[in-house]
Ligand binder design. Structure first.
Ligand code: BEZ
Length: 209
């Protein structure tokens, strides 16, 4: 087996890293990427990550030539162009923009959920701002409602960039908001997620217990 030519800065609890890992599984590219484990948060940055990505964020992917890609969307786009199977990001036409917009809405769920996590876990209790957290949670609920009402059939038809994003977003809600009970409010999403979460790519990338 050839040795990996790329290095992914990785944390098993990052939902953005999980998207990249799921795509690697789905496209048969796992053996091309070595994982470098890092631990970081806004208040406890990783020097190793900062040296690769000035924004201090993961995922970051170092390529064979030493250049570094960062932001999960950029990395997913790059990796989707490195395999010979059907692309998980449509190459052109309305499908491309629709699937990328759905993926972007899934990322908005993640952005809001990660901010809530930081606010409720990292910020000292006397400095927390409930109204701000409610605003983030409202974004999550609007996005979930939109997936429930308008995108279930589209998600179900192909486990692609959009479906990977939504599946990782729902997985992160289960991980960091186990009390949120989203399945009751969004039953179609719950049924869809019950199915896709059984995929080997999702099983192999579950956040830590
Ligand atoms: C988390 O542990 O929730 C987390 C880790 C890395 C990035 C975002 C979230």
């Amino acid at each position: 087996m050839p040795s990996p030519s790329m290095t992914l800065f990785h944390s098993p609890s990052s939902p953005f890293v999980r998207k990249v890992m799921v795509l690697l599984h789905e496209t048969g590219q796992l053996d091309r990427v070595a994982l470098e484990q890092v631990q970081l948060s806004p208040t406890s940055p990783s020097e190793a990550v900062n040296a690769q990505n000035p924004a201090g964020k993961i995922p970051a992917l170092r390529l064979a030539d030493g250049s570094v890609l960062h932001d999960s969307r950029v990395i997913l786009d790059y990796l989707d162009q490195q395999h010979v199977g059907d692309p998980l990001i449509p190459l052109q036409g309305p499908a491309r923009w629709r699937r990328l917009s759905l993926a972007s809405l899934a990322d908005a769920i993640l952005d809001a959920a990660v901010l809530i996590r930081y606010e409720s876990f990292l910020r000292p209790p006397d400095k927390r701002w409930e109204l701000w957290q409610e605003g983030q949670q409202a974004k999550i609920e609007r996005a979930l409602q939109q997936f429930e009402n308008e995108a279930i059939a589209e998600l179900a038809c192909h486990f692609d960039i959009a479906a990977i994003g939504v599946a990782c977003a729902l997985g992160y809600l289960d991980f960091r908001q186990p009390e949120s009970n989203w399945r009751q409010r969004y039953p179609q999403l719950a049924d869809w997620y019950a199915e896709v979460s059984q995929r080997p790519s999702m099983q192999a990338t579950q956040p830590p217990a």
